[in-house]
Ligand binder design. Structure first.
Ligand SMILES: [Ca+2]
Length: 86
């Protein structure tokens, strides 16, 4: 299992070895809701978007509709709720 230690300072983390079906991003204990591609609507949320062969995750931990952390998953497509532990 892959564990992400996030510091939520608007930094960008790049993950190059994420394997769907084997690895999961673990955000348990943060109260995050997965919202797919939709925009932040308030509350702790995590969204995922696809961009040129990678998945870009954005996390709004304080619920102000602005992202606090970006994670780029290189080479990962089709990312979904099953790839997360929330
Ligand atoms: Ca925020």
């Amino acid at each position: 299992m892959f564990r992400e230690r996030a510091d939520f300072d608007r930094s960008v983390d790049i993950v190059t070895d994420f394997a769907r079906g084997q690895d999961k991003l673990d955000f348990r204990g943060l109260g995050l809701a997965y919202i797919g591609k939709t925009g932040f609507s308030g509350g702790p949320q995590i969204r995922a978007d696809q961009q040129s062969g990678m998945t870009i995750l954005q996390i709004d931990i304080d619920g102000n509709k602005g992202f606090d952390l970006t994670i780029r998953l290189q080479g990962v497509t089709g990312f979904g709720a099953a790839d997360l532990l929330l």
